[in-house]
Design a protein around this ligand. Structure first.
Ligand code: F0G
Length: 416
């Protein structure tokens, strides 16, 4: 059995252990390819014999056969991660107009976002390659995850973030875990261009979501989501879409699960962008006739991305799942977030885009009110405390330290 890197564009193959982020021939994106057929893989996976008890505790590594079969136990850098809850909350379902709405909360990963699922695989691979340093551009969550996993692996972590546009919780985490943080006077897209060049020049191993190991790890969101439902596929999976790595990983995972016979039909993907950062949604409206680049702006800073790197792969994911792409306003994102927060679940603004997207698609008649839908919440509520308090800070009332004042305040709260 062998796994190799293969260029999406020109099909050139490279050894898995080449420390490259892009194709050396044409700079296309690289994917993992393997000579294991679906039947062999399905057998290996069902057997689970290759997974040690320690790895089985990770919601990523217990799917090792479907992700990176040749990862060696000794190399694995795992928290462990994954095993995130999939819950139903009547309040959110009602708001979205979708009775059978499930929330898969990826914010419950070790650093508070789904990024840990890809990062454990990319950093494991970096260690196997003997890399000294790992680097990424980030709107904040990838950087927090990189910083934590680099610290765990004893590697130098370098992150490029857009200056002044990274949510406080993410920045604080990244600093605390000990990464080298470079705040770039530019947007995320500029950071990605820069780190792409710098990684080649300076020998840093690039772990942005163009890295195929990251995407392989992120497939585990879908595997776990399906496994939790005893491999009965939902009708839809909705997710927020920015740089489109996750959309691509979801598409690949669904195709793989279907090819292996783990599910008997492929759920439809609903990729949701913020109106102010919606180049992919715009392209979708034109049947992907062309690719767009926009100046992005949205309250959901995680998906404030104007030139998504994984556009082509995400097109394949949407087409391959008979999926849709939509966009929602910042106002709708914050309204969805309020519902999710007040249901006691909570998430960061970008994550709420998935639920706001479901609501829009139900209203438009694309998603039926009785269809079975999983919306993925990608990040934790504490990632962006500033937006939270800007939106809801007025509920905090400062009062005098007297019983009378407490009594009056509680009485008036009861009347609200
Ligand atoms: N939700 C959250 C919370 C994110 O942090 C991101 C991306 C996305 C959704 C979108 O995922 O880019 O794969 O389409 N955050 C990246 C970062 C860009 O740097 O943390 P995508």
């Amino acid at each position: 059995m062998t796994t190799w890197l293969q260029c999406d564009a020109c099909s050139t193959r490279f050894d898995l252990l080449e420390p490259i982020a892009r194709c050396r021939q044409c700079r296309g994106l690289l994917a993992l390819a393997s000579d294991l057929g679906p039947t062999d893989l399905a057998r290996r996976f069902a057997d689970q014999g290759s997974c040690s008890p320690a790895l089985r505790r990770s919601g990523v590594w217990r799917f090792r056969d479907l992700i990176l079969p040749e990862a060696r136990d000794a190399d694995v850098v795992s928290f462990p991660e994954g095993n995130t809850p999939q819950v139903q909350r009547a309040r959110v379902a009602e708001w979205a107009g979708c009775r059978r709405l499930w929330l898969k909360h990826e914010g419950m990963n070790p650093t508070g976002s789904f990024k840990d699922r890809g990062m454990t695989v990319a950093v494991t691979h970096a260690r196997r390659l003997g890399a000294r340093a790992v680097a990424c551009a980030s709107t904040g969550n990838t950087s927090a995850s990189l910083a934590a996993y680099a610290a765990h692996a004893g590697l130098l972590g370098v992150v490029l973030i857009p200056a002044g546009k990274t949510a406080l919780g993410k920045l604080a985490q990244t600093v605390a875990y000990g990464a080298t943080v470079l705040a770039i006077r530019g947007d995320f897209d500029a950071c990605l261009d820069l780190v792409d060049q710098a990684s080649e020049r300076l020998g840093l191993y690039l772990v942005n979501s163009i890295n195929p190991l990251r995407l392989a790890g992120q497939k585990s969101i879908v595997f776990e989501l399906l496994e939790d439902r005893a491999w009965r596929a939902p009708d839809w999976i909705a997710l927020p879409a920015g740089n489109l790595g996750n959309t691509s990983a979801f598409g690949a995972a669904l195709q793989q699960a279907h090819a292996l016979g783990l599910i008997d039909r492929i759920p439809r993907l609903a990729a949701v962008q913020a109106e102010g950062a919606a180049p992919f949604a715009r392209s979708y409206r034109e049947q992907f006739a062309q690719r767009y680049r926009v100046e992005a702006d949205t309250v959901a800073t995680a998906i404030r991305i104007g030139n998504p790197a994984s556009h082509d792969r995400a097109v394949a994911a949407v087409r391959g799942t008979n999926g849709v792409v939509t966009m929602v306003s910042d106002q709708d994102i914050l309204a969805a977030k309020r519902e999710i927060d007040q249901a006691g679940v909570g998430c960061e603004p970008a994550s709420a885009a998935s639920v706001a997207g479901v609501r829009r698609l139900v209203r438009e008649g694309t998603i039926g009110p009785d269809e079975d839908v999983v919306a993925v919440l990608t990040g934790h509520i504490l990632k962006d405390p500033e937006i939270l308090l800007r939106d809801r800070g007025d509920v905090v009332r400062e009062i005098d330290p007297t019983l009378a004042a407490v009594e009056a305040a509680i009485a008036s709260a009861g009347q609200r």
